[in-house]
Design a protein. Structure first.
Length: 136
């Protein structure tokens, strides 16, 4: 006796797979704008941490020399490589002013996180509290 084996491989058709991918794409388009503020906030933590490090080094420098420094190298601060230099940093750091009693350091984003043409800027002074100057 010959039995005809009926073997069907279960799977998805091409149309079913494309419909699922389309639905996932639509959900991503809906969710992405709502997630952008979280991305910007997460990336701005880098600037705040580095500015706090500059503040701590400026405070130590002032205790030793009775003045703040204009030179990041004097503060033993080596800025991390930026994403444009194949690094991980999204900000460049600079000291805008420094005197006997005050200083201002700035972190400026080199990446427009949400694509609106505005770059995030943070500053810190002798008070030690990072302040967002320009919100991305």
């Amino acid at each position: 006796m010959l039995y005809k084996l009926n073997r069907k491989t279960k799977g998805f058709s091409l149309q079913e797979v494309l419909i699922v991918l389309l639905i996932i794409g639509v959900f991503m388009l809906i969710a992405l704008p709502n997630l952008m503020p979280l991305v910007v906030k997460a990336k701005s933590i880098e600037a705040q941490m580095q500015l706090k490090y500059i503040y701590n080094n400026q405070t130590s420098h002032r205790y030793l020399y009775s003045k703040y420094s204009m030179d990041l190298y004097e503060l033993d601060f080596e800025a991390p490589k930026t994403v444009k230099e194949n690094g991980t940093s999204n900000y460049i750091y600079e000291i805008l002013s420094a005197g006997n009693t005050t200083f201002v350091a700035r972190a400026t984003a080199i990446t427009d996180f949400d694509g609106d043409g505005i770059f995030n800027v943070w500053e810190i002074n002798e008070d030690g509290i990072p302040k967002q100057i320009i919100k991305d």
